[in-house]
Every structure is written in structure tokens, then in C-alpha cells.
Ligand binder design. Structure first.
Ligand code: UDP
Length: 324
């Protein structure tokens, strides 16, 4: 049994990782500043000796030093995430995603700890290829469009992780997560699926941005967790980058209709221009679909839950939270 550090472990994906690690008999230190993470995501571990919660930022070098020193493996999921947050607070987001990640990697190198770094499909920017593979080009808009700063920051984080592997021999693994959804994800940082499900449950208008013809592929967080733990356990994954996500594609309009059907909602669908939804000149990705051959070849991994199950799961989670 090993001891893991999960940075961002009170967040949506991080907390699901903590659950799976504890279920596997491991112990975990969670480092989270609760900026978007929530204590409530870890309430099932209250009083448990398997999980130690440390409140703080990955920008706090002394704190990161201490927690990295005390573990065997690091899963780095702390980040400023969500398009809303990035557009509203770009400086803070850049500091967390670039300098914070550099501190985590520095400390992993200092203590020789294997580290898996969570990156994102935003890396590919506006590349609308039918199957984005890990080697594909990035197509980005102007750096002065705030949205792209997230892609830039995460790319620098990838470069740092890879350079630590190449130059210093640190075992690093990079995971590019495509749209990940499921229980505990909240809509107020912009993520479309929990936002629309929440709106549907309140019979409020479903806000589809732009034409709604843009597409995404949504993967259940429980499938993502299996992929991440499989990758960090493998030595073959070191020094490599992996796409992780679903290949099932749906338009946002199609998603809104599906959500309305599954929840039995009477909501109308309204179309909100991007300028109003985000900021003037906002650029969206029209499409984003992964090629997942690399992880499938290494681990035989493939998602197991379809979108109907995902929407039902998210709806149940939101209902239970509204009651509790
Ligand atoms: N979106 C939408 N309505 C919302 C929130 C988002 O139509 O209330 C759109 C958004 O413009 C994008 C897609 O849904 O085209 C996915 O957005 P999200 O922020 O969830 O993820 P990402 O853009 O990072 O794929």
C-alpha cells in the first residue's frame, strides 16, 4: 500500500480519486485551498485515518515541500479550472497553473516522487480534427484572448513535466482530460453539463451558448479515475502524454434536449450569444474529440458509462444535494 498526495483532492475529479485510493487500501494527503474544491466532497472520509486534509495553496512552497516529502506518489490536480474562472481572473489562474505546478514538480524532483500531472484537451485549442491524437498540432487564437491563457498555462505545465522527465529523470506522466463530468461537479464555474441539468431540474431555461452546434465528448468521472490510477501504476506511461476521454460526440443543443428528456423537465431551450455568455470576442471550440488509442493499447482502457447514465447520475446527485 502506498501513500498518495492528491493536490486539488477536494475538487470534483480529485475527490473521486481520493475515494478510489482509499477503497484500494491506500492512504492519502489532500492539499486543497478550497478555491473551487469543497470540504463536502470529502465528507465520507471525515474521522478516517486514511485521509489527511491540508488546507493550503500549491503556491505555498514550504507547505508543498512538507506534503510531497511525506508521500510516495503525487497526483497533481490542483488548478484554476473552468472557462468562467479563467476569463474572470486570468492573473490568479496563470499563477496557480504555471508557478503552482512548477513548485509541485520541483518538490517531486527534490524527493524523487513519481507525479501524474492533469492537463487538458484545451491544449489542442481550435483543432477540430475527427480524432485528436497526442501528437496533433495546437491551434490557438491570440494570447490576448483570455480563454487561450488556460491552454497556454497548461502547455507550459506539460513542458515542465516533460523536461523534468528528460533532463532530471523524474518519472512524470501527463494526462489530457477531455470533458469530464459526473457527481460533485458544479455548474457555476461554467461547465455545461451540471449547469444544464441544474437548470432542467428547476424548469428554468436551458442556456445553450452560440448556435448549439458545437460538439463535445463527455466521459464519466468514474471511468476517468480508472484510467488515471492505471496510468500512474504503469512504468510504461512515464515520460508520455495520454488523452483520456470519451469518443461519443454530441452537440450542445443535442445535450440540452437529452437532458430535458431524461429529467422530464419543461424547460425551454434558449440561445445565448457568446459575447453575452463570456466576454466580447470570445472564441469557442467547435469540436473536440479524442483519439484514445494510446491509453487503450497500454491499459485496454475504454469508458463504460454512456451519456444517458451520466445525465441520470448528475441529476440524482444534484437532487440529493438540494434536499440535504
Ligand atoms: N455551454 C453552453 N451553456 C452553458 C455553459 C457552456 O452552451 O451554460 C457551452 C460552451 O460554450 C461550450 C460547451 O458548452 O461550447 C462546453 O463548455 P464547458 O465550459 O463545459 O467545457 P469546454 O468549453 O471546456 O469544453
Amino acid at each position: 500500500m502506498a501513500k498518495y498526495l492528491v493536490t486539488g483532492g477536494a475538487g470534483f475529479i480529485g475527490s473521486h480519486l481520493v475515494d478510489a485510493l482509499v477503497a484500494g487500501g491506500h492512504t492519502v494527503i489532500v492539499l486543497d485551498d478550497l478555491s473551487t474544491g469543497r470540504h463536502d466532497n470529502l465528507r465520507q472520509h471525515a474521522g478516517s485515518t486514511s485521509v489527511e486534509f491540508v488546507l493550503g495553496s500549491i503556491l505555498n512552497e514550504a507547505l508543498v515541500d512538507d506534503v510531497v516529502r511525506r508521500v510516495d506518489v503525487v497526483l497533481h490536480f490542483a488548478a484554476a479550472v473552468g472557462v468562467n474562472l479563467i476569463v474572470e481572473r486570468p492573473l490568479e489562474s496563470l499563477a496557480t497553473n504555471i508557478r503552482g505546478s512548477e513548485i509541485v514538480l520541483e518538490k517531486c524532483h527534490k524527493y524523487g516522487r513519481k507525479v501524474l500531472v492533469a492537463s487538458t484537451s484545451e491544449i489542442y485549442g481550435k483543432n477540430t480534427s475527427d480524432a485528436l491524437s497526442e501528437e496533433d498540432d495546437r491551434i490557438l487564437g491570440s494570447p490576448l484572448k483570455t480563454r487561450w491563457s488556460y491552454s497556454e498555462a497548461k502547455a507550459i505545465e506539460e513542458v515542465l513535466a516533460y523536461a523534468y522527465y528528460r533532463e532530471k529523470g523524474l518519472p512524470t506522466v501527463i494526462v489530457r482530460l477531455f470533458n469530464t463530468v459526473g457527481p460533485r461537479q458544479v455548474g457555476h464555474y461554467g461547465m455545461v453539463l451540471p449547469r444544464l441539468v441544474d437548470q432542467a431540474l428547476r424548469n428554468a431555461p436551458l442556456t445553450v451558448y452560440g448556435t448549439g452546434q458545437q460538439t463535445r465528448c463527455f466521459c464519466h468521472v468514474s471511468d476517468i479515475v480508472v484510467a488515471i490510477l492505471g496510468l500512474v501504476d504503469s512504468t510504461e506511461s512515464e515520460g508520455k502524454v495520454f488523452n483520456v476521454g470519451s469518443r461519443g460526440e454530441i452537440s450542445i443543443q443535442g445535450l440540452a434536449e437529452k437532458i430535458r428528456d431524461i429529467t422530464g423537465s419543461t424547460s425551454e431551450i434558449i440561445y445565448v450569444p457568446y459575447d453575452e455568455a463570456y466576454e466580447a470576442g470570445f472564441e469557442d471550440m467547435q469540436r473536440r474529440r479524442p483519439d484514445t488509442t494510446r491509453i487503450s493499447n497500454l491499459l485496454g482502457w475504454a469508458p463504460t458509462r454512456d451519456l444517458d447514465q451520466i445525465v441520470a447520475d448528475v441529476a440524482e446527485d444534484l437532487r440529493s444535494r438540494q434536499i440535504s
